[in-house]
Write a protein that binds this ligand. Structure first.
Ligand SMILES: [Zn+2]
Length: 106
């Protein structure tokens, strides 16, 4: 398995795809690569140039004034009228702050 992981790693395949290819969980793959790198740093160089994918998610930002908590809920979630503060589970002091977007690099 190490050879296949290395082959895909050197090609620049994103780690989540390597994990899926070899049939292990993403975190397990990253731990393996870290272990391989410690043992043999020259063959497991850090990759900065492999293509990164970004997931963009539109969010509505709310604030619970009781808890002084700002939190966001995906716009795609349809039942914003039923939304509540994740700390006090109330929406009595919850107000809409504005629209935002988060970009997650994977
Ligand atoms: Zn609250």
């Amino acid at each position: 398995m190490k050879e296949l992981i290395h082959e895909l790693f050197v090609k620049g395949v994103p780690t989540h795809k390597i994990a899926s290819e070899v049939g292990i969980k993403h975190n397990a793959l990253k731990m393996r690569i870290s272990r391989y790198r410690k043992a043999d740093p020259r063959n497991w160089k850090y990759r900065n140039d492999y293509p990164q994918r970004t997931i963009a998610s539109k969010m509505k930002v709310y604030e619970c004034e009781d808890c002084c908590l700002t939190f966001a809920i995906e716009t795609a979630f349809k039942d914003h009228a039923d939304a509540c503060c994740p700390i006090c589970w109330s929406n009595d002091q919850m107000r809409f702050v504005g629209d935002s977007q988060i970009n997650i690099k994977i």
